[in-house]
Design a protein around this ligand. Structure first.
Ligand code: SIN
Length: 530
């Protein structure tokens, strides 16, 4: 095999299309081929194609959302190349919504200064996936294997040489390749509450780390403010595009509250909205809702048919009823460190899409930049995979930690007793720490619960230290299957990075260090296996 791609979302498929004329390609998917974060993406794909827009404006919004940690060159590559790749999707048959004049309709989402989001109803990822899969299936040189759980990156000396996987009947197999692309998507399922599908368990991060590649920025997890919050119902995503079209967050008395927390109100940055929802719920002692009752009902159900149907299934009318919402883990900004061509620190190993850390998102991702990142960097990785393998160079603003221990940078100012300012049920979000220690192999549910309560929206040194020692014990119990091993590795990487970073920035909020601290922390934390 010439090329192996792990993952069937937008990054993996766009790469497969780019590689098809250069050799034989195999795409491995963990579950059914179409089951990926891409397929669940509702809001859309951001690109500077509007008359009032420009790549420079898109870059400025992206950098602002990233809260001081975006890689400017990676952002430039994203926003300048994005429009051409999006137009290519349209040429290939992607049916984005059009306005009354037949032009592509652009939606608005939080922290975008103009309308910039191309969408296909509220199922944009599904529509893009449909077009890419159709194209891939028509390519004779691309083979797809589903229900393949990748367990290891194979090595030839220091270089990656393919992957080992367990096939659908439980047999271990190997596929050797000149170039290997990890496009495994996100890790939302590391947390108990998440908008992500079951496949999003961070496998690519664990595989790359265990193979010796550098991983970066893993403390930065984005919690989406508005997942459905009803006991017994799945936490399905209630897209930010609804607030872009005028939906409002209200408390249990029906009062809008976001403007008390941020000048941009309902369209404040995601991390701010997510924390404000929790604070408002604590203040009032009641639930938080999204209301669209003041908007035209036919418009609401026509523009958001998938969400309306999901609401109907649980007896709610999206256009009229208050919809109970709350935060859930949504996106991991960090991942396998790459350069602007998808190259990782290991020769022959590439990463693209959510599994990668290109640096475009910094500490917080701008809405609808994720599909764009997968598209642009999936295509660029395909180009790089056809060249002689080169590792990505180490960038300057990096602090490297070997083996998840050691280098614990401590900021000069610690805020004594800061935890005391947290209401009791947020002081670690859970029971006393001794209940959290695992002296045996923990279940995936126990790990997700631990991560949600200790490494979630509100973090503190005590809670994070508890999580790290519980995960140490979990690792020492040597999980016998690759899926649990990966879960423990990624959970530990996220928790340790969050413990190290003693400031608050973007998606990472430390109650004991509530301010951004550029003097000590305008750096990227990088982990590399000892
Ligand atoms: C949403 O539709 O709210 C999510 C879009 C995104 O995460 O970019």
């Amino acid at each position: 095999m010439d090329f192996v791609i792990v993952g069937g979302g937008i990054a993996g498929l766009r790469a497969a299309i780019g590689l098809a004329s250069a050799g034989r390609v195999v795409v491995l998917t963990k579950s059914d081929p179409t089951e990926s974060n891409t397929g669940h993406a509702q809001g859309g794909i951001a690109a500077a194609i509007g008359d009032d827009d420009s790549p420079q404006l898109h870059a400025a919004d992206t950098m602002r959302a990233g809260d001081g940690l975006c890689d400017a060159e990676a952002v430039r590559v994203l926003v300048e190349n994005g429009p051409a790749y999006v137009r290519e999707l349209i040429e290939w048959g992607t049916r984005f919504d059009r306005d009354g004049r037949g032009a592509v309709a652009l939606g608005r989402e939080a922290a975008h200064s103009v309308r910039r989001v191309l969408h296909a109803g509220d199922a944009t990822g599904r529509e893009i996936g449909r077009v890419l899969w159709d194209r891939v299936h028509a390519l004779g040189s691309v083979e797809t294997i589903d229900h393949a759980l990748v367990t290891d990156v194979l090595k030839d000396g220091r270089a990656a040489a393919g992957v080992a996987y367990i096939d659908g009947s439980g047999i271990r197999r190997e596929v050797r390749a000149a170039a290997t692309l990890l496009a495994t998507g996100g890790a939302g399922r590391i947390f108990r509450e998440t908008t992500n599908p079951p496949v999003a368990t961070g496998d690519g991060i664990a595989l790359a780390y265990l193979a010796g590649a550098r991983v970066a920025d893993l403390e930065f997890v984005q919690f989406h403010p508005t997942a459905l919050n009803r006991a017994g119902a799945p936490r399905f995503l209630i897209s930010e595009a609804l607030r872009g079209e005028g939906a409002r967050l209200v408390n249990d008395r029906g009062d809008p509250f976001m403007s008390r927390y941020h000048q941009d109100g309902d369209l404040a940055p995601r991390d701010v909205v997510a924390r404000s929802i929790v604070r408002e719920a604590e203040r009032t002692g009641g639930a938080i809702f999204l209301t669209l009752a003041h908007l035209d009902a036919a418009y609401v159900t026509g523009r958001f048919p998938t969400i309306a149907a999901m609401c109907r299934e649980i007896g709610l009318d999206l256009a009229r009823d208050p919809i109970p919402v709350g935060p859930a883990a949504h996106y991991v900004m960090g991942g396998v460190e790459t350069d602007e061509w998808g190259r990782t620190s290991l020769p022959g190993l590439y990463a693209a899409g959510e599994v990668a850390c290109t640096g475009v998102h910094g500490a917080n991702r701008l809405a609808s930049n994720s599909l764009l990142e997968g598209l642009v960097f999936g295509a660029r990785a395909a180009s790089a995979m056809q060249q002689n393998p080169q590792p990505a160079p180490l960038k300057a603003d990096r602090v490297i930690v070997h083996g998840l221990e050691g280098t614990h940078r401590t900021a000069a100012a610690t805020v004594a007793g800061a935890d005391e300012r947290l209401p009791p049920d947020r002081r670690g979000w859970g029971p006393a720490s001794d209940e959290m220690r695992f002296g045996r192999e923990p279940s995936p549910e126990e790990i997700r619960d631990l991560m949600w309560r200790r490494v979630g929206l509100f973090r503190s040194r005590d809670g994070l230290a508890d999580a790290v020692s519980a995960l140490d014990a979990a690792a020492a119990a040597k999980p016998h299957d690759a899926a649990t091993r990966n879960l423990v590795v990624v959970a530990k990487l996220i928790a340790s990075a969050a413990l190290r970073r003693e400031e608050s920035r973007g998606g990472h909020f430390r109650a004991d260090f509530p301010k951004r601290d550029d003097i000590h922390w305008k750096v990227h934390l990088v982990d590399q296996h000892a």
